[in-house]
Design a protein around this ligand. Structure first.
Ligand code: ARG
Length: 671
């Protein structure tokens, strides 16, 4: 039941009598800010009054007259400048709750307009260890896939693995120069990871060294600019004719120039630190001296792989399964699966065809030997083939789009990818039309950066990104401290064995990491703070899981009290609308929260924003907590009150469990 949608429909019908643009006003229905005034409110009459030149209160009176919503609400009230306050009828609430109880979809309807939607997510570049940045795409993409599927779309998930790029050039180079075949064969995953790290360190080192002259030049420029700005500011300062505004402007501009000097200095410092790290390590320094220009050599290895060089292909075939094992271990742990894993390599043979097709359509231009497509509205072209014949990320994306169009016949594709790639996607999406795929809706579901506690992108001391697995382990360990500490364990009956504790810690730890990510709006950066994530209070998965466990514990205890096997089954089979009598405000508030589940999902689907589901679950869990304090269930002897409350406990458990499931998060029956 989507209550907002239902009210919108009723308002729409009534508005047609007042305006020829009912669509514009029907949607102005909100959850009431203060339950004293009602449950929902319409804010349509203020703008509508203005439009038709009447007082909003008069318009509201007319609207209320024609509105047919007696079956849903009490008589609407007009308040303040022209708000219409709506209070849901108790019978309506009881009926809706009873329907939810008898429905295994907890009342969530299925879309009348199902689409085939491909979701491209996770898509890490394998061959290098996964880091925390990869978790966002994986977790957000998975939540969107689950939610869109649940509301009735045909969802196809596809992990567009980076299994063909420079990172393979890096391990091939590393293996050829520093690898010991026997050691790698015996322990491939960690050995390949360490070869990657070593080679990458040399690349970064040599690139850093090469960049120093440019950085010094930049600093000198910034310093000279700062001096000019400072002189100009001083001159204006002593000029009696200059206005305070001009003086302020000059001061600001001089300050900004100084900040640019500081930032240029900081760039040099961090580059020097990177260089020193290798220089101070005699083994590394010797390797760096011995192997000149590793960046170029790595590009050559990558090119050889693409051209079909037998040795590099063989190494690639040998390494790829190990790289996949490594990421699959993480996916297993996160409980994430994909319908397809068609990596970049899968499209390699189709790339010449993409260039030919664009040629045929007359879309390409040769520029400096490279094949480019110039697009309206963009300053720079999209390069689809480099001068040396190499294809690019964009070329592969075009081939992938064609494939998904032909094979999956999709209506929509979501690309759940870092916001730093937005320019790539803007350009790439602009090519869909000319290629005859304008009917596919292409969406870049972008997201921000994961920051450390200090507010900067997460790094370890050595400067490399923190491996994902150690973060997962850390979260599980903290979860265990919080949920299975001695005081809590002492209250558990029957006692909680080590196995149960470990499995709870895993569910809570994974949930904490996922929820922390999902509960922030995807486009904002967020701080990765394990202590906050696993906290039992606040907007955390732990709190939702704990609320769920409380519902189950109550149901178990009542089952014992009543000598019934399962209260959940008993309530589902025996309850009627008349048994559901909401008398306490806390019962009513919880009921309304539960009924809003579908509305929350509508929000997630509309904006690709799982945080709306998190907010909803948090509100619901809080309403449940208030209910728990105010409304006794255990030992209650009034049969109607008891049935009503048990029904609410059952539904709360189902909604939280289902909501968390859509976020990819599990629950425990006790914790
Ligand atoms: N492998 C890419 C990266 O790690 C992300 C790929 C996203 N998907 C796509 N179709 N471009 O940056």
């Amino acid at each position: 039941m989507n209550l907002s949608a239902l009210l919108r429909k009723r308002f729409h019908a009534a508005l047609t009598e007042l305006t020829d643009q009912p669509d514009e006003y029907a949607g102005m229905i909100r959850v009431a800010a203060d339950p004293k005034f009602g449950d929902y409110q319409s804010n349509a009459c203020m703008p509508l009054g203005k439009k038709v030149g009447q007082s909003p209160r008069d318009v509201a009176a007319k609207l209320v007259d024609t509105l047919q919503a007696d079956d849903i609400c009490e008589a609407p009230e007009i308040a303040g400048p022209g708000f219409i306050n709506l209070k849901l009828r108790d019978e309506f609430l009881s009926k809706t709750l009873a329907d939810m109880l008898s429905d295994d979809r907890v009342g969530v309807s299925v879309t009348s307009d199902p689409e085939t939607i491909v979701i491209d997510y996770s898509s890490p570049n394998v061959a290098k260890p996964m880091h925390v940045g990869h978790i966002r795409s994986t977790v957000i993409g998975n939540a969107l896939a689950e939610t869109l599927r649940f509301v009735g779309h045909n969802v196809i998930t596809d992990n567009h693995l980076g299994d063909w790029g420079t990172q393979f050039g890096i391990i091939i180079y590393g293996y050829k120069h520093f690898g010991d075949p026997d050691v790698v064969a015996a322990n491939p995953v960690p050995e390949l990871a360490s070869l990657y790290r070593l080679t990458n360190q040399l690349i970064e080192y040599q690139k850093a060294k090469a960049s120093l002259p440019k950085l010094s030049e930049k600093l000198a420029e910034a310093e000279s600019n700062a001096k000019t700005e400072a002189d100009a500011a001083a001159a204006i300062e002593s000029d009696e004719k200059a206005s305070p505004k001009d003086k302020k402007k000059a001061r600001k501009s001089a300050e900004a120039a100084l900040r640019r000097v500081e930032s240029a200095k900081a760039d040099i410092q961090s580059t020097q630190a990177k260089i020193a790290e290798v220089d101070n390590d005699s083994k590394l320094a010797a390797l760096a001296a011995e192997h000149q220009d590793v960046p170029a050599a790595v590009l050559r290895e990558t090119a050889k792989l693409h051209e079909g060089d037998a040795e590099n292909r063989e190494l690639w075939e040998k390494f790829l399964p190990h790289c996949k094992d490594e990421i699959n271990r993480i996916y297993d742990r996160l409980g994430v699966t994909f319908d397809h894993t068609l990596g970049e390599s899968f499209y390699h043979d189709r790339l010449p065809g993409v260039v030919e097709m664009l040629d045929r359509l007359g879309l390409t231009t040769k520029s400096d030997g490279a094949v480019c497509v110039f697009l309206d509205g963009f300053d720079s072209p999209m390069i689809i083939q480099k001068r040396d014949g190499a294809y690019l990320y964009a070329t592969t994306d075009l081939a992938t789009l064609q494939y998904r169009h032909e094979v999956f016949g999709c209506d929509r594709i979501l690309y759940v990818v870092d916001s730093r790639q937005s320019e790539h996607f803007d350009k790439f999406f602009a090519m869909a039309g000319p290629l005859g795929m304008e009917n596919i809706e292409l969406v870049h579901v972008s997201f921000g950066t994961v920051l450390g506690k200090d507010g900067r992108p997460m790094k370890t001391r050595s400067g490399s990104l923190i491996g994902l697995e150690s973060l997962l382990n850390d979260a599980v360990a903290r979860a265990k401290d919080v949920v299975c500490n001695p005081e809590r364990l002492a209250t558990m009956s029957p006692p909680m064995g080590e196995d149960e504790q470990n499995s709870i810690a895993e569910v809570v730890g994974m949930g904490a990491i996922k929820y922390a990510d999902l509960s922030h709006h995807r486009t904002s950066d967020y701080r990765f703070d394990v202590d906050k994530m696993v906290a039992l209070e606040g907007n955390t998965a732990t709190y939702m899981q704990y609320s769920y466990a409380r519902t189950q514990s109550i149901l178990r205890r009542v089952a014992e009290e009543q000598n019934i096997d399962s209260i959940e089954d008993w309530i589902t089979e025996n309850i009627t609308v008349d048994d559901l009598q909401l008398r306490e405000p806390a019962e009513r508030a919880l009921s309304i929260a539960l009924i809003r589940f579908e509305e929350a999902l509508e929000g997630v689907v509309a904006g690709y924003t799982p945080n709306q589901l998190c907010d909803y679950l948090f509100d619901t869990a809080k309403a449940y907590s208030t209910f728990n304090e105010a409304c006794r269930v255990l030992g209650n002897t009034d049969p109607v009150i008891l049935k009503t409350r048990l029904a609410l406990v059952v539904l709360t458990g189902r909604v939280i469990k289902q909501g968390l499931r859509l976020l990819g998060i599990g629950v425990c029956d006790r914790m």
